[in-house]
Design a protein around this ligand. Structure first.
Ligand code: BG6
Length: 505
């Protein structure tokens, strides 16, 4: 594997401390990284190398040093160094260049640098321009890659502009747009479930599937993130990126190979086939909600408008549910229902495929203890796995039919270390594998779909923001979004096999 320097911009920030450095450390411990690698932290705050090592490594609450020898700790710590610059000052990047040359020589890197922008988004345009001004984007010696965190744009216009700006300095194959959901094993497993088995794919279409649900629930409230969240909302924060990526994995056509471009081409095609929701249809097909105060386990929970950094008349949605269609041969007429929210009863993300009823009802309705259609539940998190629900005969006279389930839990599969999303993504990036990164065109396509919804909400204040008490499954009207005779939302529990009108207290 090539040697590499990770250059982390915003190195003293939350993401670097919580996720990036711990992921790099885990990868190093697991011997996944090349022998010649180093980390250069870049930020505005002044730190010596020693102080930086102490903050992000030795004294980090996100790194477990138990059982690690002094030598092991030293070996990692010595690879960490730090440079303070004014991030928007082009001339300061001379310091970065000098430092890179020094580290490169010390660790024999060979000119391969990953620039990780873990900064506020307004710097996404500035940093690539400043790097380019010092030739730090050139690949004459070694490769250069640029990693960008979400949010990638604020709407379609800003996303298109950002792509254009960055591409002045870096080519598409050098740009890695992180969507941490793509680093989740279970999101990748959607492709394996579909394309490594002969039994699911023949049923994966309008002939057999009645509708598709995706639930993404979090029991946490926005807490101290109100300042950020209020400018974002559930549609931008979760749906435009993470959930549309899940839809793409679930619904795309089989790619011609498992190669990054083949998969990303199919995902783009799928996103292009989603029927736009017109502004005038938004109030019928999209429901937005906001959590209100409640009491859970005798503890008073703030309503969204009482959270720090949130205006008391905010109309930002903490919950969104959508109904949409995919206009292609496979999915014509099959409704997709997606909901996402904060302050719901539990933390869970799952896909529910509801199959059509058998064409002819043979057994008497009264004997059917089994009411549901067949369902395949693909659990993204937690209790990752798969559950197939179907009806079986209860032993005895007559034909009483009961609901049963066949379940597979990921935890049964292996004792091996399952890499955290960031570990997997960082490793792929070093290897130059962009399969699990969002390509510029599909990010724009996803914004194109959400744009009319954002516009409708902005232009038409009459579109309701429904309240829901924190700790419930969102506004009651959401039940009506699913137009099915006998199936509504599956309200999941933490464990895969139970559902119902459950509330995790
Ligand atoms: C982030 C959102 O992208 O994803 C957060 O900004 C959200 O609001 C988080 O909480 C959820 O990620 P996960 O992996 O915990 O489901």
């Amino acid at each position: 594997m090539d040697g590499v320097i990770f250059v982390i911009f915003g190195a003293s920030g939350d993401l670097a401390v919580r996720k990036l450095i711990p992921a790099i450390f885990e990868l190093h411990q697991g011997k996944y990284l090349p022998e010649n690698f180093a980390v250069l932290g870049v930020s505005r705050s002044e730190y010596t190398d020693a102080a930086f090592r102490k903050k992000v490594f030795y004294e980090s609450e996100f790194i477990d040093l138990k059982g690690k020898s002094k030598e092991e700790q030293k070996d990692f710590a010595e690879r960490l160094s730090y440079t303070a610059i004014q991030t928007s000052e082009t001339k300061d990047y001379a310091k970065v260049k000098k430092q890179l040359a020094k580290i490169d020589k010390q660790f024999n890197i060979g000119g391969n640098y990953i620039y990780y922008l873990s900064t506020p988004p307004f710097l996404y345009k500035t940093i690539p321009a400043c790097l380019a001004a010092h030739g730090l984007n050139e690949e004459k010696e070694g490769w250069k890659r640029l990693v960008i965190e979400k949010p990638f744009g604020y709407d379609l216009e800003t996303a298109v502009a950002l792509n254009k700006d960055i591409k002045q300095y870096f080519q598409e194959n050098q740009i890695y747009r992180i969507d941490h959901y793509l680093g989740k094993e279970t999101v990748q497993n959607l492709l394996v479930t579909r394309f490594a088995n002969g039994i699911f794919e023949p049923l994966w279409n309008r002939n057999y599937i009645e509708h598709v649900q995706i639930t993404n629930a979090e029991n946490l409230t926005v807490g101290s993130r109100g300042g950020y969240y209020d400018k974002s909302g559930a549609l931008r924060d979760m749906f435009q990126n993470h959930l549309m990526q899940i839809v793409a994995h679930l619904a795309m056509e089989p790619p011609i190979s498992a190669d990054a471009n083949a998969i990303r081409n199919e995902k783009l095609k799928l996103l292009q086939s989603i029927r736009p929701i017109k502004e005038e249809e938004v109030s019928k097909q999209v429901i937005r909600g906001q959590y209100t105060k409640s009491t859970i386990e005798k503890k008073a929970i703030n309503g969204y408008r009482q959270e720090e950094g949130v205006p008391s008349d905010s109309r930002t949605e903490t919950f969104v549910a959508l109904k949409f269609f995919i206009d292609n041969w496979r999915w014509a007429g099959v409704p997709f229902y997606v909901r996402s929210g904060k302050a719901l009863p539990t933390k869970v993300t799952e896909v529910v495929i509801t199959f059509k009823d058998p064409p002819h009802a043979l057994f008497r309705k009264e004997e059917m203890v089994y009411n549901d259609n067949n369902q395949l539940i693909i659990r993204i998190q937690p209790d990752e796995g798969l559950l197939l629900k179907f009806g079986m005969k209860v032993p005895g006279a007559g034909f009483e039919v009961k609901d049963v389930g066949m379940d597979f839990h990921y935890s049964d599969l292996t004792n091996a270390h399952v890499p955290a999303a960031y570990e997997r993504l960082l490793l792929d990036m070093i290897k130059g594998d962009a399969t699990l990164y969002a390509r510029g065109d599909s990010v724009e396509e996803a914004w194109r779909f959400v744009e009319p919804i954002l516009n409708a909400w902005k232009n038409n204040p009459k579109i309701k923001v429904y309240g829901y008490p924190a700790g419930t499954w969102g506004p009651a009207v959401v039940a009506k979004l699913i137009e099915s005779d006998d199936v509504t939302w599956r309200n999941p529990c933490r464990d895969l096999t139970t559902d119902g009108s459950f509330s995790e207290l």
